[in-house]
Design a protein around this ligand. Structure first.
Ligand SMILES: Cc1ncc(COP(=O)(O)O)c(C=O)c1O
Length: 436
């Protein structure tokens, strides 16, 4: 073999060439329409307060998700807070949250005074395990927050059945999966309310921002009051399409969680592209799935659930089987990164978040009896632990927007590492030894 060819097959961590040479797709993206509309907004003097673009986006997003209502809020944390309050969660109620999610999911429930009960995840999807949920239900349980995490949906049949059986509310956290579908119905329309984040890394983004979707008029009106300093749409005056509703004093102590017209412009542009981008990501994920299945090796995609009729991806979830080859997930990901495939691990377990230790000392929400809450400091959920330490390998969604040539380079990076596990293990040991 020539030196050039040898360098192509040699892992990058052993001095070979990188497998990925094409530039990674950029994120976020926006088009000329957004630039044009943004200019109009800047010149219009109407920059905030339920403007035309915010109202139009709210209608367009409700239509996209398939709910009667949608409203925009400042971020995907206050959306959860307001949705929980609107479905009736009160201080002292228990809310079931997965042990693996971005810490904001738990924070939102803590901030409405609820006791957060963290439960284990399904090792295949890394989403809430319905069996663990059922085991955690007590007479105080009021709501479940299914988080459709990374690139898999929660089992909404099982969670819906539990909610009906135990009279619980469901607030879906859809921060990661705008556009996913369960049996043909969109995530965010499957429970009592859906919560979305539009933060910069998300697949629909305005830099920061969030939305709530729901069918129930009272849930909608209460969320409105919570974001609009206590003012809600007048039930006697139907809003004209695209117009801000007439507001009357509402039923809840609310805050200012509004968005600006500039954000709404970006959201309308992003939404117009979302279906197409989701389809491209789905096709790329299937290309990677097929290649990993054909090539074998320690990395695979989660099994497909036929009830998931559309999968949208904040990240491509991949599962690493480390013990079978003796190479840690950390070392494997290190080797992928060196090839130019910027895979990462999962979030920390929620119970390890430093924020949870600060909560009762520094949050303005009244202190609660430690005897009634989970001991987060000591909690260890086995599937969460395993996912975080050994199994989860994530690839952020914008990589899936690359063309076939780029996706094939990502696949080549994985193949190269898989074909050279022993050499990677040696390189890793040398690196680690060099540290000491
Ligand atoms: C699963 C999940 N839920 C909620 C949030 C909170 O969203 P935001 O950052 O917009 O407050 C995030 C944000 O990253 C998230 O990933």
């Amino acid at each position: 073999m020539s030196t050039v060819n040898r360098n192509r097959v040699k892992p990058a961590v052993c001095g070979g060439e990188k497998a990925v040479t094409l530039a990674m797709p950029v994120w976020p993206v926006a088009g000329e329409l957004e630039v044009e509309r943004m200019t109009q907004v800047v010149r219009s003097g109407k920059w905030s307060w339920l403007g035309a673009h915010e109202m139009a986006f709210s209608e367009e997003f409700a239509k996209f998700i398939g709910t009667r209502h949608s409203l925009c809020l400042a971020n995907g944390t206050v959306t959860l807070r307001c949705a929980l309050q609107a479905v009736g969660v009160e201080p002292g109620d228990e809310v079931i949250v997965p042990g693996l999610t971005w810490v904001a999911t738990a924070q939102a429930a803590l901030d409405v005074g609820a006791n957060v009960v963290l439960v284990d995840i399904d090792p295949e999807t890394l989403c809430l395990d319905p069996v663990a949920v059922e085991a955690a239900i007590t007479p105080k349980t009021k709501a479940i927050i299914p988080v459709h995490l990374y690139g898999c949906m929660c089992d909404m049949d099982a969670l819906g059945a539990l909610a009906r059986k135990h009279h619980l509310k469901i607030v879906e956290d859809v921060a990661h999966q705008h556009g996913s579908e369960w049996r043909g119905r969109r995530a965010g329309s499957l429970g009592d309310a859906g919560s979305y984040s539009f933060q910069q890394s998300k697949i629909l983004t305005s830099g920061e921002g969030g939305a709530i979707t729901c069918d129930d008029d009272e849930v909608y009106r209460t969320c409105f009051a919570l974001k609009q300093v206590g003012w809600m749409p007048d039930p006697e005056a139907a809003a004209e399409p695209g117009q801000a509703p007439k507001l009357v004093p509402g039923n809840h102590y609310g805050h200012n969680y509004r968005i600006t017209e500039m954000q709404a412009v970006l959201l309308r542009g992003g939404l117009s592209q979302l279906d197409d981008q989701n389809r491209r990501r789905e096709a790329a994920a299937e290309r990677i799935r097929a290649a990993l299945e054909k090539g074998g090796g320690p990395l695979r995609l989660p099994r497909k659930d036929p009830r998931v009729t559309r999968q949208s991806y904040y990240c491509l979830t991949m599962l690493y089987d480390g013990p079978s080859n003796g190479l840690s997930r950390e070392a494997y990901v290190w080797a992928l990164n060196a090839e130019g495939l910027p895979a990462v691990g999962a979030y920390w377990p929620v119970y390890r978040s430093p924020l949870l230790n600060l909560y009762d000392r520094t949050s303005p929400v009244p202190f609660r009896d430690p005897g009634t809450i989970q001991d987060y400091g000591r909690l260890r959920l086995p599937n969460v632990e395993k996912a975080v330490k050994d199994r989860a390998v994530m690839l952020l969604h914008h990589h899936l927007l690359g063309n076939d040539e780029y996706i094939d380079q990502l696949i080549a990076a994985i193949r190269k590492v898989n074909d050279n596990l022993a050499a990677v293990a040696t390189a890793w040991s040398e690196k680690e030894a060099g540290k000491s």
